[in-house]
Design a protein around this ligand. Structure first.
Ligand code: CP3
Length: 341
């Protein structure tokens, strides 16, 4: 039994005294104790060494006491395991030297045995569960197939992922084959993560909002739906689509336990579009963590009043930024813990 199960109760829609809180990308980025580890080990060494990955995962919990931990890893370990080279360049981000741009490229992509190729993730989960000692739940995650395709085809981060879109719109057959391969791998991967001990999974569709509502259905949502269908009987699934408020209604009928919302959608609109019954997660503007701590606390309390304390998980609307002062992150978490109806 997990001692603090607020997060899991919110995912089940149960009544709670206060909503649970965690922050997307809370492991890493802004913590000095993380920067110490980062100085010594490159990115994929940190991901592949269970002792390091589990340590980085629990660092923010020790400091701030969030109600859930998210495993330190990256969405791009999936393409790496699928025979696509992925580098993480310091001060640049992901770099894929041989992006997939044609049918031949898609044919070369393999569906790996996740327990061998990504066994290090499963070991990191086990090591983290030991460190967490059943105090709080652990979240596992994957990128959405569309968001993974964005990197695999573009070859790096981008403001508009133009090459990824060009590939989908000029060669939809190959694009769908690639998306299906990523989907099959992701389903096996998330199931293995649940078997290894994660208590919930989140699918990050960070670039879903790059697509029109119609294209979103075709190139992103239908693959996320496959993942939800395959996982929902094993663990609660959170679907987070940045910029995807237009799809909230359909998402609310998907079998997902909760939906992530970014800060461009008001609580009222998010509740309205998602039908008022499903648990929502979000949606503090990550840049608002630059406001003074007292103001952050006021805004967080206002956000909880707007979403309502039940069927709600307090979070940011996207990942925490690297330049957030430590006391401001603390104010965010404390504000939730201090919340009284
Ligand atoms: O909460 C956590 O921090 C858990 C670990 C986590 C990382 N990446 C570690 C990481 C998670 C959940 C991710 C998800 C991820 N990775 C997403 C989806 C969420 C989102 O923010 O949209 C995406 C799009 C990526 C791809 C990625 N990885 C990018 C664009 C970058 C470079 C920019 C940056 O700093 O985020 C990464 C590198 C990365 N992944 C770092 C960390 C801590 C920073 C590099 C480093 O530590 O050396």
């Amino acid at each position: 039994m997990i001692k603090n199960d607020l997060f899991l109760r919110a995912l089940r829609g149960e009544t709670v005294d206060r909503p649970p809180v965690w922050m997307m990308r809370q492991a890493g980025r802004y913590l000095p104790e993380f920067m110490e580890i980062k100085k010594k080990y490159d990115f994929f060494t940190r991901c592949r060494t269970p002792e390091l990955a589990s340590e980085i995962t629990v660092q923010p919990i020790r400091r701030y006491g969030m109600d859930a931990a998210i495993l330190f890893s990256d969405i791009l370990v999936i393409p790496q395991a699928m025979n696509i080279e992925v580098e993480m360049k310091p001060d640049f981000g992901p770099y894929l030297p041989n992006p997939v741009r044609d049918q031949k490229g898609v044919d070369n992509v393999i569906i790996p045995d996740v327990n061998t190729e990504l066994g290090y993730v499963m070991e990191a989960i086990k090591a983290t569960k030991e460190k967490l000692n059943d105090e709080i739940p652990l979240i596992g995650f994957a990128g959405s197939p569309w968001t993974i395709l964005c990197y695999v085809v573009q070859g790096q981060g981008s403001k508009n992922f133009d090459k990824a879109k060009e590939f989908c719109f000029t060669n939809p057959k190959a694009a769908h084959q690639l998306l299906q391969k990523i989907t099959n791998t992701t389903i096996a991967y998330l199931k293995a993560k649940v078997m290894s001990g994660v208590n919930a999974v989140q699918v990050f569709d960070s670039w879903g909002g790059m697509l029109s509502p119609t294209d979103y259905q075709e190139f992103s949502w239908r693959y996320i739906q496959q993942i939800i269908d395959a996982l929902k009987d094993f663990a609660p699934v959170i679907a987070f689509g940045k910029g995807c408020w237009f799809a909230l209604n359909e998402m609310s009928k998907s079998g997902a336990a909760a939906l992530g919302v970014d800060w461009t959608c008001s609580a009222r609109n998010a509740r309205y579009l998602s039908g008022g019954n499903i648990t929502l997660q979000g949606n503090f503007d990550p840049s608002r963590l630059l406001s003074p701590p007292a103001e952050i606390k006021k805004m967080v309390h206002q956000m909880i009043r707007e979403f309502g304390k039940d069927k709600y998980i307090v979070n940011l609307g996207h990942g925490i930024l690297p330049n957030i002062p430590l006391e401001n992150a603390k104010a965010f978490v404390d504000a939730v813990k201090e919340y009284k109806v």
